[in-house]
Design a protein around this ligand. Structure first.
Ligand code: HEM
Ligand code: HEM
Ligand SMILES: [Fe+2]
Length: 447
């Protein structure tokens, strides 16, 4: 690492790994509950487990993005963060708000709106926290010695993500209006501004790992930003088909969301092309594997599996079923989990001075987690298609269908075992790296 203040990134990554572990644990609780073994129901009912699972996901990804920004921005801007101490304050307050929210879910303190369950008073604290973060990153870029497209796109993505949290806090009177605004957060995050964050981190990693010309890498970034906005903004309509909004959304949502896979396809082509163009043989092979894997699996999970249920004619049947969970898992994993893991893999040797990324454990983590996640996606897909057929075609009642498909969750839990052994290997490898070391400051090794 070049700068002392980059060290704060390590602690965001550590928080990220902790929340990731909790997320997986609650995934198992739900997997077993779906199989009919809901023994924890008295303490952790399904709704609590689900809220913890998805909120931990969002929190560990955000913590990963923040860590990524604290690592990348000083490097790109060629200066220290404007106020490193404040970054630690922001880290601790972020962790405290997260922990309070997670505990609160266990006592039924939640808003009951999928992905935005965090209770209102805590939302205000989130806003303050994110303002501090944006101030630190924005301020550092403002005083930068160098402006790069990568850092500007990263900042713009983070700023827009912060602003788009606000529509989720509007007070509404009806379920439809509430849903309308909820999608401004959920959809415009994952199919809009988070894509910019992902594209920027990917561009940074590819420049470093493949040695490709910055100009070439950054030109692609513009193309991706263009595709994302062109399709993603009006693509929000694919959530407005059947929630009580006007009919014109059927056509707008259908047409524009069908174009959304292009941005992900662009990123996959871009990553593979840049990998072939670059002449650098970087020692951190696993960071490159996670980066290219991210570009490819995000296309499969978000682009391909998203397209599979985005047309209104299909969505009429699949809406809100396990087909959605199938897509949700591979999309989140491929796009956002993998980009965070790729950056952590790249940054850790620099922060700690230990070269453990290409160890057997690191290689096992990569294959086991990815193969396991693909297996999980298939298991969700089979359960989902069976559910759609029984519930929406044959008209069986929701709960009877749930017991009919219990058997498919055995497949899910087995796949999840493969997946989580890879994740545990990754987290264990993270721990084995130890903490950041001051002797690394200014060192160019592993860069
Ligand atoms: C990395 C990007 C993406 C992520 C992380 C993601 C994740 C998700 C998640 C978690 C849901 C469930 C949301 C909820 O019900 O609250 C969802 C729904 C949906 N996604 Fe994606 N998605 C991504 C990209 C896409 C793309 C590119 C498309 C279309 C081509 C798409 C199409 C859909 C559709 C149609 C639904 C609604 C499903 C329903 O009606 O139940 N997604 N997505
Ligand atoms: C041990 C691993 C995991 C297991 C067993 C698991 C299981 C589950 C289950 C059973 C659900 C609830 C489906 C329902 O509502 O009926 C769920 C929801 C969800 N999980 Fe996981 N999960 C795991 C890991 C992950 C990971 C690593 C991610 C993201 C990278 C993820 C993302 C999600 C999302 C986005 C939802 C909400 C989907 C929707 O809205 O339809 N899960 N998970
Ligand atoms: Fe969407």
């Amino acid at each position: 690492m070049k700068y002392n203040s980059q060290k704060v990134a390590y602690w965001f990554f550590a928080l990220s790994m902790l929340l990731f572990g909790i997320q997986i644990t609650y995934g198992f609780i739900m997997g077993f509950a779906h199989m009919g073994f809901d023994v924890l129901h008295g303490w952790i009912p399904f709704n609590t487990a689900r809220a913890v699972h998805t909120n931990c996901l969002v929190m560990w990804l955000l913590s990963g993005f923040m860590g990524a920004a604290y690592f990348i921005i000083p490097d790109e801007c060629e200066r220290e963060l404007i106020n490193p101490k404040l970054a630690y304050v922001q880290l601790i307050s972020f962790a405290i708000v997260g922990v309070i929210a997670l505990i609160g879910f266990h006592f039924n303190w939640w808003e009951g709106r999928k992905f935005l369950e965090i209770p209102r008073p805590l939302d205000y604290l989130v806003v303050i926290n994110v303002l501090i973060f944006i101030y630190l990153i924005g301020g550092t870029i403002w005083k930068a010695k160098r402006y790069t497209t990568t850092s500007i796109v990263l900042f713009f993505g983070l700023l827009m993500a912060a602003l788009l949290y606000l529509p989720g806090m509007l007070n509404t009177v009806s379920q439809t209006v509430d849903s309308f605004w909820r999608w401004w957060v959920v959809h415009l995050w994952v199919e809009g501004v988070w894509e910019l964050i992902m594209g920027a981190i990917l561009s940074y990693l590819l420049i470093k790992l493949t040695g490709v010309d910055r100009e070439i890498a950054e030109k692609w970034l513009y193309v991706i930003v263009g595709f994302t906005f062109l399709s993603g903004i009006l693509g929000t309509g694919h959530h407005y088909y059947y929630i009580g909004t006007p009919k014109y959304w059927l056509i707008i949502g259908g047409v524009f969301s069908a174009l959304e896979p292009l941005a992900f396809l662009g990123m996959a082509i871009y990553a593979v092309k840049v990998k072939n163009l670059g002449e650098r043989n970087h020692p951190n092979k696993m960071a490159l594997a996670w980066s290219i894997g991210c570009a490819i699996l995000s296309f499969v999970g978000a682009g391909f599996l998203g397209f599979a249920h985005t047309l209104p004619q299909v969505n009429l049947y699949t809406h809100g079923t396990l087909v959605t969970a199938m897509h949700g898992h591979l999309a989140f994993w491929g796009a956002y989990a993998m980009i965070v893991i790729a950056l952590i893999t790249y940054a850790l040797p620099q922060l700690t001075g230990r070269k453990l990324h290409d160890s057997k454990l690191g290689v096992f983590a990569f294959w086991s987690a990815n193969i396991g996640m693909i297996m999980m996606t298939i298991a969700f897909g089979i359960a989902g298609v069976a559910q759609v057929y029984l519930e929406r075609k044959l008209g069986l009642e929701f709960l009877s269908v749930q017991s009919e498909i219990e058997v498919h969750f055995l497949g899910l839990v087995l796949a999840a075992l493969v997946f989580s052994s890879g994740c545990i290997a990754f987290i264990w490898n993270f721990v084995k790296h130890g903490m950041p070391r001051d002797t690394q400051i200014g060192s160019k090794v592993y860069e």
